[in-house]
Design a protein around this ligand. Structure first.
Ligand SMILES: [Zn+2]
Ligand SMILES: [Zn+2]
Length: 225
């Protein structure tokens, strides 16, 4: 790969015309999650993380992620080179890249483009460590990069459920809720807690009832008109 071709894969140029790469117009750098909170007294760094080569370094200001989960979908398996993905959800304002945010690479899996198109996977453009998935409103950070100082700290990142468990390569009989596919939009399978399975069954029944009554209403409307 020529240097210019390699450069195309990085945040320096991906999705931006070359003349605004270093200029003020390079506005993605000033937007969360890429905005640098250098002299911000309100940003309390509670955790630090870095990629394998150390070019990318970041801090986190939230003690406990909004949620954390394991995803067993085949896209995660391939893109992580692992049986499943461990992701923790944070607001975009919770992260501060202190080093190397110019060395980030982007990948959007549905169009298979390296342009900065949300939602996308963010990795180190040098060592290729996956850093996070950037969604439209949140980031799903990969906690394996965080240097936890204690077991208690790591506990904050314990997963609350498994997603796409029907695609699993390994069994994890940990008693956590296991969604066959998307969370809250599929069935709970295997050793999911029985109460959670019952609750989900009720929700599905209610959804079906609601859609039935909607269908009846629209039928009636058709008749009336
Ligand atoms: Zn790296
Ligand atoms: Zn996945």
């Amino acid at each position: 790969m020529s240097p210019s071709a390699a450069d195309k894969d990085t945040a320096k140029s991906a999705g931006h015309s070359s003349n605004d790469v270093e200029g003020e117009k390079n506005e993605w750098k000033f937007r969360e999650p890429y905005k640098v909170h250098e002299n911000d007294p309100d940003f309390k760094a509670l955790y630090e993380g870095s990629c394998h080569c150390g070019r990318i370094q970041y801090q986190l200001s939230r003690e406990k992620p909004l949620d954390a989960k394991f995803c067993h979908c085949s896209t995660c398996q391939i893109l992580h080179g692992a049986p499943f993905q461990w992701a923790a959800i944070f607001h975009k304002s919770d992260i501060n890249f202190t080093h190397g945010h110019n060395d980030l690479g982007w990948y959007e899996s549905s169009e298979k483009t390296t342009k900065h198109k949300l939602p996308c996977k963010v990795s180190c453009a040098y060592c290729r460590s996956p850093i996070m998935d950037e969604g439209r409103r949140m980031v799903l950070l990969f906690p394996s990069l965080i240097k936890f100082k204690s077991v208690e700290e790591k506990k904050n990142f314990d997963p609350t459920c498994h997603m796409f468990y029907s695609k699993r390569l390994v069994n994890i009989p940990d008693g956590l809720p296991k969604w066959s596919e998307m969370q809250n939009k599929s069935d709970l399978i295997e050793d999911s807690p029985p109460e959670a399975i019952k609750k989900r069954k009720r929700e599905v029944e209610e959804e079906e009832e609601n859609s039935d009554s909607k269908d009846n209403k629209s039928e009636k409307k058709k008749k009336d008109s």
